[in-house]
Design a protein around this ligand. Structure first.
Ligand code: DOR
Length: 449
């Protein structure tokens, strides 16, 4: 029985941060407040914070079929470097993961290649409700109610009604109203102005579609997660829809807005589009007041060559998985939020929304997926140093204070900021238990297996 002691860390517990020594045995937390007991290995954590590993519940890792943009090996290294110990991946690969067989094929690829833990959503099509209803062992169902990269789209009301009525897995959706987006695109046909991306995928498109999805979820009493909320106007709709609805925001919708197009061009082109500085502020406030529960990245790399085509040929999406935690730690160092809140938004809440057993907290019996963070460490993000295969970041040139310095998977170190990556580590398939009732029914954490 291998024991590791994380000695004298500022441990981020759900209710407080305090100096403690965390004892890990065989990959699990044996005692979160062990004192100075003997162990096979001792990690001196003086001056550092120990927090649960981040769970990113919205990533596009492009494998199979789009490996020129990203692949599971590179993306999972990016996760490890960023303090992300588990990811949930979206179905718009090539072929799309719209059958259970397709999901299982992705899991086999991840078992061979992924340095961190993984789960894969099953994607909805207009006519695969039966397949979705029979699916097990997945985080949930992803619906593109508005189209984005790839050809997944379910826009017909009858098909949406069927999915919400006939399935039981939690559902998440990309909400941008297809009719509105197409009408705007028609009106602005011929444009090459990148700023028109936010006029085509406008505020109304997001609001109409989120309202439609929330209406489906509440009428069918079906658990539903609004992905990447981008406007202040969606927030009251989400707030009024408890207990069926949870929501998430992405760092790019918190920190970029339309004023960034002249400087960053297609690097900040994504779906839903970026909006205004007022939306940035409202989304941050919505995290603070609990309207929005989760932060995820929507990590969606394209090559810089693809991105450099003139709009609208430039594809939508940006890589972020290795910088999301640091972006939020930087907010902690600026006193905009606390480290406990960051751990809630990035670790505990995603585990509860998707029923991920044994994850998201530093508590007895939970898996020892842990991140050591140094709130004093300053580092500048550079394209060339990114682990993502796409080798760029919209935050290139930005200096952040507060960085993960070591990442542990089941007690085993996978990344060290000074010593590098242990590429022999492999993650495991996440275990989902939807019977625990989702976010609103698990205030004390998702619990262990
Ligand atoms: O900008 C985006 N790109 N938004 C999405 O929802 C999909 C993603 C992609 O897969 O490229």
């Amino acid at each position: 029985m291998a024991r590791t002691l994380f000695r004298n860390a500022s441990v981020v517990f759900p209710d407080q941060i305090r100096i403690a020594s965390v004892l890990v045995e065989d990959g699990r937390i044996l005692d979160p407040d062990a004192g100075h007991v003997n162990a096979d290995e001792t990690v001196a954590c003086d001056g550092l914070h120990l927090m649960p590993g981040v769970i990113d519940d919205q990533v596009h890792f492009r494998e199979p079929g789009l490996e020129h943009k990203e692949d599971l090996a590179a993306a999972s290294r990016a996760c490890a470097a960023g303090g992300v110990t588990s990811f949930l991946e979206m179905p718009n690969t090539k072929p799309p993961a719209v059958t259970l067989e397709g999901v299982r094929a992705k899991e086999s690829l991840a078992a061979q290649k992924s340095l961190v833990n993984y789960g894969f959503y099953i994607g909805a099509t207009p006519d695969n409700a039966a397949e979705l209803a029979a699916a097990t062992d997945v985080p949930g169902i992803k619906i593109f109610i508005g189209s984005s990269t790839g050809n997944l789209l379910v826009d017909v009301q009858a098909a949406l009604e069927r999915i919400f009525a006939e399935t039981t897995l939690p559902i998440c959706a990309h909400c941008e109203d297809e009719t509105t987006v197409r009408a705007n695109a028609e009106r602005l046909q011929g444009t090459t102005d990148i700023a028109d991306h936010s006029r085509i995928r406008d505020r109304q498109a997001a609001v109409i579609s989120t309202r439609r999805a929330i209406d489906l979820a509440t009428r069918h009493q079906h658990r539903f997660h609004v992905l990447h909320v981008s406007t202040a106007d969606e927030l009251p709709l989400i707030r009024d829809a408890r207990p069926w609805v949870t929501a998430e925001v992405c760092p790019h919708h918190l920190f970029f807005n339309v004023d960034d197009y002249p400087r960053l061009g297609s690097r900040v082109q994504m779906n839903p589009s970026i909006k205004t500085a007022e939306d940035n502020a409202a989304l941050f406030d919505a995290l603070l007041d609990g309207t929005v529960q989760v932060i995820a990245t929507d990590h969606a790399p394209h090559t810089l060559e693809e991105k450099s085509q003139p709009y609208p040929a430039s594809p939508s999406g940006l890589p972020a998985v290795e910088n999301s935690l640091a972006l939020m730690l930087d907010q902690v160092t600026q006193d905009r939020c606390t480290l406990q809140q960051v751990a809630s938004w990035m670790c505990d809440a995603p585990a509860r929304v998707w029923g991920i057993v044994g994850k998201g907290r530093i508590q007895t019996g939970y898996d020892a997926d842990l991140v050591l963070v140094d709130l004093q460490r300053e580092k500048t993000i550079h394209d060339a140093e990114q682990w993502t295969k796409s080798k760029w970041s919209p935050w290139d040139g930005v200096t952040l204070r507060g960085w993960p310095v070591a990442t542990y998977l089941a007690g085993r170190k996978v990344f060290d900021a000074d010593q590098g990556m242990d590429e022999s580590v492999r993650g495991g398939k996440l275990k989902f238990d939807h019977s625990r009732g989702g976010f609103w029914n698990t205030p004390d954490g998702i619990g262990v297996g």
